[in-house]
Design a protein around this ligand. Structure first.
Ligand SMILES: [Zn+2]
Length: 98
């Protein structure tokens, strides 16, 4: 599933996750903006993941809109690289395996 940013229809402020009200202008009107990639700004290995957990890294990403998104990955991505993103049905943001 494509990751959707929430963009204020009145002032253009971008949020993730979505908000009920814009913190900049107070509007309640939002538009969905699909995001399919973001740049890696930080990687943290998970040292004690449960045995059945396939995710071994927490990854901090910066979208083009300037929004910071946290994702999980099976392998550590290269710092500052552009990586694809998807959002699972449970809401988790995932960097798909290569
Ligand atoms: Zn706004």
């Amino acid at each position: 599933m494509t990751l959707l940013m929430s963009v204020c229809a009145d002032c253009g402020a971008t949020y993730f996750p979505a908000r009920l009200r814009c913190h900049r202008c107070g509007s309640y009107r939002f538009l969905d903006q699909p995001v399919d990639s973001a740049r890696v700004s930080g990687v943290v290995p998970v040292h004690r993941a449960p045995e059945d957990c396939p995710w071994h890294c927490l990854v901090e990403l910066q979208t083009e809109a300037g929004v910071t998104v946290m994702a999980v990955a099976q392998e550590p991505p290269t710092l500052h690289s552009l990586v694809p993103l998807i959002q699972q049905a449970d809401g988790a943001v995932v960097i798909p395996p290569r």
